[in-house]
Design a protein around this ligand. Structure first.
Ligand SMILES: [Mg+2]
Length: 236
């Protein structure tokens, strides 16, 4: 049985205009962060390792990190209307994020959107028993160490339930989940990767661009996927 499509939506740089995890790192991290970011940009460490190392050089102060996240988070235009449209069309909205994660629910609650979201797949960042900031990645793949949050698995699981998935994102790591999507809205680095891999995608700037497409072309393209979330993970 084919159900209504679901939306799988990235958070940082997609729902919010800024990547809040990156802003926290760039503005608040102490000594050592430049080296961490350098090796990440050189593709010597994956995002999961960037999160864990960056947490070690951020202030170990959740109140500060949360207050700055709330202060800096602006919602991309059209998101409220997008949620209203999705509800009217019977399309559930899931969020999948591979950032620090702790600020997503507070930001959504502040703007009155939390109740409209079906589920949030995210990492968790908290102060551990030693008083240190620590990142947990409960949705990581059991073998593949690329992503902290295996967004591709969430797409595959929704598809197994009979729901086509419309993927909305902006970042380079979105390419794995997006490669399983039945329709992809891509901007910024995700659009660049989509062109590089010759994936069909719809460009978007804000959520009004998504609302304005009443019937997106939905088709399974999983033979072109970049990873096997139910197998060994990334395809080499
Ligand atoms: Mg993003």
């Amino acid at each position: 049985m084919t159900l209504n499509p679901a939306y799988l939506v990235d958070f940082d740089g997609t729902i919010t205009t800024l990547d809040i995890s990156y802003e926290l790192a760039k503005r608040l991290a102490g000594e050592g962060y430049e080296d961490i970011d350098h090796v990440y940009r050189q593709k010597e460490i994956p995002i999961r390792e960037w999160l864990k190392r960056t947490a070690q050089v951020l202030p170990h102060d959740m109140d500060l990190l949360l207050s700055k996240s709330l202060e800096w988070a602006a919602i991309r235009p059209g998101f409220e209307r997008f949620l209203e449209n999705a509800a009217m069309q019977g399309r559930p909205v899931f969020i999948a994020s591979d950032g620090f994660g702790f600020y997503i629910e507070p930001i959504l609650r502040k703007h009155g959107f939390f109740e409209e979201v079906c589920f949030i797949y995210r990492n968790d960042t908290y102060i551990n028993a030693e008083g240190k900031l620590e990142v947990k990645t409960p949705h990581a793949h059991r073998i593949c160490n690329v992503c902290g949050n295996c967004k591709a698995l969430h797409v595959v699981n929704l598809k197994k339930q009979g729901r086509p998935v419309i993927y909305i994102g902006d970042g380079s790591n979105d390419r794995y989940g997006a490669s399983w999507g039945d329709h992809v809205y891509a901007r910024d680095q995700l659009a660049e990767y989509s062109r590089q891999y010759k994936f069909d995608y719809s460009p978007w700037n804000n959520f009004y661009d998504i609302i304005n497409v009443s019937k997106p072309d939905i088709k399974d393209r999983s033979e072109n996927s970049l990873c096997c979330p139910q197998g060994r993970g990334i395809k080499i």
